[in-house]
Design a protein around this ligand. Structure first.
Ligand code: ZN
Length: 137
């Protein structure tokens, strides 16, 4: 049912105007706006989480590689940490796009510094997610 905002009469769900007073029946605009914001943040979340997962893979790869070149081990661990921070940032974007975006960008730079070539894909995704979160309103 669709309640009239003017007189309170219950109208059919698909009617555009109130049967009783003729007032236009808008489906609560605040709710619609909220869902649009949530949909737009999904992009940043998905990109950020994907970036974090790629970063994790790169980090684990570096950790395995460390069996042959021990100096890479610390960097792999650092990359894993950066990826986890990135995923946290991606999840946080839904609540606070600005802080989430900054966390994403920090994790992207951190990941790139840690394992460079191994982390490029993850860092790019995290960076894009962070930038979208900061630029979009
Ligand atoms: Zn009415």
């Amino acid at each position: 049912m669709n309640e009239c905002p003017e007189c309170g009469k219950e109208n059919k769900a698909d009617s555009k105007f109130c049967d009783n007073c003729g007032a236009p029946l808008n489906k609560s605009p605040s709710q619609t706006k909220e869902s649009v914001v949530k949909i737009s943040r999904t992009i940043e979340m998905v990109l950020g989480i994907l970036g974090g997962v790629f970063g994790l893979i790169g980090g684990v790869f570096a950790l395995v590689f460390a069996a042959f070149a021990p100096s890479v081990g610390g960097l792999g661990l650092s990359a894993v940490l950066a990826s986890i921070v990135g995923i946290v940032g991606a999840v946080y974007v839904g609540q606070n796009p600005k802080i989430g975006g900054i966390i994403l960008i920090i994790s992207a730079i951190w990941l790139l510094i840690s394992i460079s070539v191994f982390g490029v894909l993850g860092a790019v995704l995290l960076g894009i997610a962070g930038l979208i979160a900061l630029i979009r309103k």
